[in-house]
Design a protein around this ligand. Structure first.
Ligand SMILES: [Zn+2]
Length: 304
């Protein structure tokens, strides 16, 4: 009897402790799915809440599957913020189920369709990498900020002040990118990366971009794509191609080898930080830091 009772008591205690945690927290717990989104939310909320990223730095959000511990965290949070646009490709059902019992914000929900890029007519063929156009990312964060005010009306003043300060920083970042890209364009270079993450960057700042894989890393690069891409690099005298932090460099290494076979030597630069920040307290550990780090890497490698 004693043997059965102890685990039962432990379980009951664990459950009640968990419940107490939620109501007795010093600050509300806000969970954002990606490290990029969590950084934006931290800037909006300041010290009002504890903001946690569900996915650790360096993780590919297209392929990410929530663990049992993640599901607990999503339920224990006071509010959950996700990117949307099918970026969290394997978590769509989880958000649907969670919407019945949890406060949820879809950061990209309010973006006008006319500003979104697509690879086809299906809903999931929308390009989710909106953070590479700083203006578009600012819109998504403005929406998130408004939704957070609806959730905590008492925090309105602080949230509005924080959001305004952060959006001003993003505006300066946007101008800086445009200046650098304008310099690059005179060299006739294009940005070639492991997957199609930079379409918004290319469109917004007017730079030619190509990805070896499609919008999601779920797709495989084809042989025809590879041959065409190598020819493009040789014809245009491109200096570098870029690996990405969340993706195996194998396919991009094949491009470098293919170019060498045609006596055109290029460097494999990067890795660029595309779908995740670098570890906290590193230069690319914040969104602004990540964009600046990428910009330096791109500029240095294509304009040697
Ligand atoms: Zn991606």
């Amino acid at each position: 009897m004693k043997n059965i009772l102890i685990p039962l008591l432990l379980l009951a205690c664990l459950f009640s402790c968990k419940m107490e945690d939620k109501t007795q927290r010093e600050k509300p717990l806000v969970v954002a799915t990606t490290s990029i989104l969590a950084d934006g939310v931290k800037n909006i909320l300041g010290d009002k809440a504890d903001v946690k990223a569900l996915m650790p730095a360096g993780v590919d959000p297209h392929l990410y599957k929530a663990s049992v511990r993640d599901l607990d965290l999503l339920q224990e949070a006071d509010i959950v913020i996700y990117h949307g646009l099918f970026l969290e490709g394997k978590m769509t059902e989880i958000f649907e189920k969670l919407s019945y019992s949890q406060n949820l914000i879809n950061a990209a929900e309010d973006l006008p369709q006319s500003l979104l890029l697509r690879s086809g007519p299906e809903a999931h063929s929308v390009d989710p990498h909106i953070w590479f156009d700083v203006k578009l990312w600012s819109k998504a964060l403005s929406h998130t900020s408004e939704e957070l005010i609806r959730w905590k009306p008492d925090w309105e003043k602080e949230i509005r002040e924080n959001t305004e300060i952060y959006l001003e920083k993003l505006q300066a970042l946007d101008l800086e990118i445009q200046l650098k890209v304008d310099q690059l364009k005179s060299t006739n270079q294009a940005l070639i990366t492991a997957h199609d993450a930079f379409a918004y960057f290319g469109k917004s700042y007017n730079l030619e971009v190509k990805g070896l894989q499609g919008l999601s890393t779920l797709s495989e690069p084809g042989l025809r794509d590879l041959t065409g891409l190598i020819q493009f690099i040789v014809d245009r005298n491109i200096h570098a191609v870029f690996a990405e932090q969340t993706i195996s460099p194998k396919a991009i290494e094949a491009v470098v080898a293919g170019c060498a076979n045609q006596n055109h030597n290029i460097i494999m630069a990067g890795p660029l930080f595309t779908d995740s920040l670098d570890a906290p307290d590193t230069p690319a550990g914040t969104y602004i830091g990540m964009v600046n780090t990428n910009l330096q890497t791109i500029f240095k490698s294509l304009n040697p």
